[in-house]
Design a protein around this ligand. Structure first.
Ligand SMILES: Cc1cc2nc3c(=O)[nH]c(=O)nc-3n(C[C@H](O)[C@H](O)[C@H](O)COP(=O)(O)OP(=O)(O)OC[C@H]3O[C@@H](n4cnc5c(N)ncnc54)[C@H](O)[C@@H]3O)c2cc1C
Length: 397
């Protein structure tokens, strides 16, 4: 079936305005702050700039003040926002809020949408998504989930420990995945809970020191100890948490790819500018064959990432699960984006290693992407299993 990948005129115009806003407003802030927004003032100023420029919250529905873009529309706009480390925060499309908004829009009740989605969509509050646990709990294998939610009169009591919870410091609420039935190692039995930040049963234990710094609100270890929530805190149906997680994870994988593709393009632009100017061995750097190979390979990686993202987004827009195509795109993009940034560092030589360019920061920021949203090995394992199942089904016919 033919797939039309051209953005509509409205989306193309929004992408153009996003690129202009990022270039004129966001990049100066990014460069002055080493790519990291370390205060609420910076976040508020960037978001108010995006509102003024008419590019804020492109992903959420118009009833929540957004532009209601489908996944293919997001691909065009998010890549432009991702051209700066701070672009996604400015547009309110950074992880984990963007993925949480997507999920709340899809499965929250009307009351939950008013209470959590609306202030999230306007940027008045932030959120986090608490799934991963220290070993032996949930990580690459979500079925290892150990955090428990036990029935109490009128609600649930959550007990457990989560870590690497991005954005938890200062978040207005957490979406916590807890086991409501079954045992660790079993695939079903999880439920999602909306936990307000002021719940005395949820405490932040520490900021985990990590390679990356640009995701706002840090990566936090959270303890749930006698954390009581009412029945209304259940997001979706009890015991259906793993199914709902897929509503979030497939699209969230793709939006991560879109944003990081913007950084890959930026790294390539920096490297190409250097290769065009720097004179070496009697010619411009960019005229030396091995540097041309680095530039060409990055161009190929960037084009391939965009194609795989759009293919997966098209499937998601058709209402398909797109589990194979999102796994393929996520694995390829996470590795290709790293390669592009790494080649850019190489082309720029010692300048690429220095703090005079942001390439070193980009490298630190993109490296964890090969681990979160499913490590490359987990995706390759899942991709291969689906291929074998397809083979077995054909062979049985
Ligand atoms: C920067 C960052 C931000 C994060 N933010 C969040 C967040 O906001 N919320 C949240 O819930 N979690 C978050 N995470 C956690 C992330 O989702 C997990 O790190 C990820 O799921 C992997 O789990 P793990 O770290 O426990 O690794 P493990 O499950 O211990 O896996 C370790 C390694 O095992 C290998 N492996 C995995 N599966 C297979 C396989 N099938 N075959 C062969 N080898 C395999 C891979 O190399 C993998 O890296 C974040 C992580 C990072 C690094």
């Amino acid at each position: 079936m033919a797939v039309d990948l051209t953005p509509s005129p409205d989306v193309a115009e929004l992408a153009r305005r996003t690129a202009e806003f990022v270039r004129e407003v966001v990049i100066p802030v990014e460069e002055a702050n080493d790519g990291v927004a370390r205060s609420e003032e910076i976040r508020a100023a960037l978001q108010s700039g995006a509102k003024d420029a008419g590019v804020f919250a492109p992903h959420v529905g118009t009833e929540y003040g957004g532009h209601g873009l489908d996944m293919r529309g997001r691909a065009a706009v998010f890549e432009e926002a991702g051209y700066s480390l701070l672009g996604p925060l400015a547009l309110n499309i950074a992880a984990p809020d963007e993925g949480n908004m997507h999920m709340l829009e899809a499965i929250a009740t009307g009351e939950q949408k008013e209470r959590y989605l609306r202030p999230l969509a306007t940027g008045d509050i932030r959120s986090c998504f608490a799934m991963t646990e220290p070993a032996p709990g949930a990580g690459s294998d979500p079925g290892a989930l150990t955090t428990r939610a036990t029935r109490v009169p009128g609600g649930w009591r959550i007990d457990g420990r989560k870590w690497f919870i991005t954005g938890a410091d200062g978040a207005g609420f957490a979406i916590c995945m807890a086991r409501t039935s079954g045992e660790p190692g079993e695939t079903g039995g999880a439920t999602m809970f909306l936990v307000d930040a002021d719940n005395p049963g949820m405490t932040s234990v520490r900021h985990i020191d990590t390679l990356d710094e640009s995701l706002y609100g840090g990566h936090i270890e959270l303890v749930f100890d006698n954390c009581v929530v009412p029945d209304e805190a259940v997001l979706g149906e009890v015991d259906e948490g793993f199914r709902y997680a897929q509503v979030r994870l497939g699209p969230a994988r793709m939006t991560h790819c879109m944003r990081w593709l913007g950084i890959a393009r930026r790294a390539q632009d920096i490297a190409v500018a250097r290769a065009a100017e720097r004179e070496l061995f009697g010619s411009r750097l960019g005229e030396l064959g091995m540097v041309q190979q680095l530039i060409a390979d990055s161009e190929i990686d960037i084009a391939a990432c965009r194609g795989l993202i759009l293919q997966a987004c098209w499937e998601l827009d058709q209402g398909r699960s797109a589990s194979q195509s999102t796994s393929i795109a996520k694995t390829f993009c996470a590795e290709a984006i790293w390669r592009v940034v790494d080649r850019a560092v190489q082309i720029c030589g010692s300048l690429g290693i220095s703090g005079d360019l942001l390439l070193g920061r980009f490298l630190r920021e993109v490296r964890p992407f090969r681990i979160y949203d499913g490590p490359s090995e987990t995706h390759r394992w899942a991709i291969a299993r689906r291929v074998l199942r397809r083979h077995d089904a054909k062979a049985a016919r």
